[in-house]
Design a protein around this ligand. Structure first.
Ligand SMILES: [Zn+2]
Length: 175
């Protein structure tokens, strides 16, 4: 699991050109933060303090992560079956959050409370990434990056939505 975190952080550091963006992120292993053993990891953030903790679920079967990554892909959660996606996704939330805690927090709260959702056009362009990406701008941005890291290409409207929503550092994708 530590290798997974290091691998994901490394992938993202290559895109930003710096490891410094992970300064300030607390990482803890704590089963009490999860209501089930299928959720693997979760970023808890506070938009007012700008602080966040990445919780890792020790009750999840990390040894079978590769198998579950394939299932997540088939279920439309992630755009690829890369086992690193689960951690890369959460680290992307961190970069997104840290870039503008207020904007990230306000948007996420509105989407998670159902006060705001993607309209039909928004759903159509975010669905190019994955079904889960249609849930909210933060989920879209995290999954979009997982896709791009794995070499996927998306339509212009999808790329534009990412640039408008992403609060994190500039990412220099390979293509
Ligand atoms: Zn997420």
């Amino acid at each position: 699991m530590a290798n997974l975190i290091a691998g994901s952080a490394d992938d993202l550091s290559k895109l930003t050109g710096s490891k410094n963006y992970f300064n300030g992120l607390t990482i803890k292993t704590d089963a009490s933060k999860f209501s089930n053993n299928s959720t693997k990891a979760s970023l808890h953030w506070n938009k007012d303090t700008g602080e966040a903790t990445l919780y890792i679920n020790p009750a999840y079967n990390w040894k079978s992560n590769q198998k579950f990554a394939l299932k997540d892909y088939e279920d439309g959660h992630h755009p690829t079956a890369n086992p690193k996606d689960v951690i890369t996704h959460e680290l992307c939330h961190w970069l997104d959050f840290k870039g503008n805690p207020q904007r990230f927090g306000t948007t996420e709260s509105a989407f998670s409370s159902g006060e705001k959702i993607y309209n039909d056009f928004g759903k159509s362009i975010t669905a190019k990434v994955s079904a889960y990406a249609t849930k909210s701008p933060a989920e879209f941005c995290a999954e979009y990056i997982c896709g791009r890291i794995n070499g996927l290409k998306f339509p212009n409207a999808t790329n534009k939505e990412f640039l408008e929503r992403w609060n994190g550092p500039i990412l220099n994708f390979a293509d």
